[in-house]
Design a protein around this ligand. Structure first.
Ligand code: HAM
Length: 419
């Protein structure tokens, strides 16, 4: 029989090996909680209309990348391609606008996009993200950027760059789009086929095309942040001021326009050169019109989402260089010889785990030498050895795997010796 493989564009993740994934999730939770964000879990699937209206009909995501199907009740259902529209839907559905504002939430979970798989681009990927709803303050834009950076810094991830832009409100953006169409229409021959289509449907997207000739044209147009209305301009100044107050370095980049239609004013991406062609670690921005688009009253909002696989890819590279600096390992391995000692090891391990010590034991009746090798593979920091003599004397031999020092520890004092 043929073996069944995972679908193209999906990966099996073993979060504990080498521990980066779980550490990243823990870090996200801790950084977000400290800033007053609470966790939200929305469904993996939603009504297709949520994304058609929220993300936008003319976006790549809605046009070609959604996993959409009819359920048995003939409803059009879509596996969520992103988390912002679902969070805003939940905010409106549960009348969260009636409570204290802003409402600040974070999420971690899988997203689905039918994209051409390549390094860093999956059909199921995992995002962590935050959304802050109910305040137009530029301090919140800076706060969400600072949270994303704090997560990377706490993980020891370096070498990323924050790219910042403002695409204004619909009024100033539409004015800018008109002048963009006017300028670029004179150069249609130099634009790729995609950009020729974009020029009428979504001209801002010409600015982030990867084609070299299109890039040259995009580089010659005046940046949008120099053509904002007074309100949007003041807001952008406020964001920059708050980022500077937090010592967050950023680069202004008028080509950051984002691939989702809901953005207003601030947009940003955090990129990393170690990622290759898909160089965005994360991205986000403000979406002051989204709640209204979804049938709610006008509600400002801002947030970001970042790919866990991409962060792990960068961290994994760094860990390999330093010979597994991120290997999680365990606190203790108990090596036991003989049936009675094995039972004692089993009992001790259970007891130590209750005290918060990470412990493993041998389940294959290996020799002492093999158990020591296995402990090494598990990354055990210490090994407790229990044989016949130790059992009789009610002690264990505790070996430090780094210094190779060995000491005798009374069995009852093992927790103390380890904590
Ligand atoms: P996005 O830029 O589409 O934004 O996705 C956020 C991040 O998810 C990307 O920067 C990237 O790291 C990761 N990502 C996206 N697609 C893939 C893929 N196919 N494979 C692997 N990783 C991927 C959003 O989704 C917005 N909801 C962000 C947001 C939140 N804006 C405001 N609030």
């Amino acid at each position: 029989m043929t073996r069944i493989r995972a679908p193209r564009g999906t990966v099996d993740v073993f979060p504990e090996i080498p521990g980066i994934w779980s550490r990243l999730e823990d870090t996200v939770r801790s950084v977000c909680r400290k800033a007053g964000y609470t966790e939200i879990r929305t469904p993996i699937f939603e009504h297709t209309e949520l994304f058609q209206r929220g993300v936008g009909e003319s976006t790549d995501i809605v046009e070609k990348e959604m996993y959409t199907f009819l359920d048995k009740g003939k409803r059009s259902i879509t596996l969520r391609p992103e988390g912002t529209a679902p969070v805003v839907r939940a905010y409106l559905e549960h009348k969260m606008w009636a409570g204290p504002q802003p409402v600040k939430v974070y999420y971690i979970g899988p997203m689905f996009r039918y994209e051409r798989p390549q390094l860093g681009r999956l059909r199921q990927h995992t995002q962590f993200g935050v959304e802050a709803l109910g305040s137009p303050s530029p301090a919140l834009d800076a706060e969400v950027i600072s949270l994303l950076i704090s997560v990377y810094q706490a993980m020891g991830l370096h070498g990323f760059v924050v790219r910042l832009n403002s695409i204004g409100c619909p009024e100033c953006r539409n004015r800018y789009k008109e002048s963009l169409i006017e300028i670029l229409s004179k150069h249609v021959d130099e634009l790729c086929a995609d950009c020729n289509r974009r020029l009428t449907r979504n001209p801002l997207r010409v600015l982030d095309c990867k084609n070299e000739q299109c890039k040259a044209q995009a580089g010659a147009v005046p940046p949008i942040y120099e053509h904002l209305c007074e309100d949007c301009s003041l807001h952008f100044e406020g964001v920059k001021q708050c980022l500077e107050a937090l010592d967050i370095a950023y680069e202004l980049d008028p080509t950051i326009v984002r691939g989702l239609d809901y953005y207003t004013k601030t947009v940003f991406e955090v990129i990393h050169s170690g990622l290759g062609a898909q160089d965005a670690l994360g991205g986000g921005g403000r979406y002051d019109g989204l709640a209204e688009e979804l049938g709610g009253k006008p509600t400002p909002g801002v947030g970001f989402a970042a790919g866990i696989e991409r962060a792990v890819q960068v961290l994994q590279g760094a860990a390999d260089e330093k010979t597994g600096q991120f290997a999680s390992g365990i606190d203790l391995f108990i090596a036991a010889l003989g049936d009675e000692a094995r039972l004692e090891a089993f009992r001790q391990a259970n007891d130590l785990r209750k005290h918060g010590v990470s412990v493993d034991i041998d389940y294959l009746e290996r020799s002492l030498k093999s158990q020591m090798k296995f402990a090494d593979k598990l990354g055990a920091r210490k090994v407790a050895i229990i044989g016949e003599d130790e059992l009789k004397g009610n002690y264990v031999i505790l070996r430090d795997m780094e210094t190779r020092e060995q000491t005798r520890v009374p069995s009852g004092d093992l927790v103390k010796a380890l904590l």
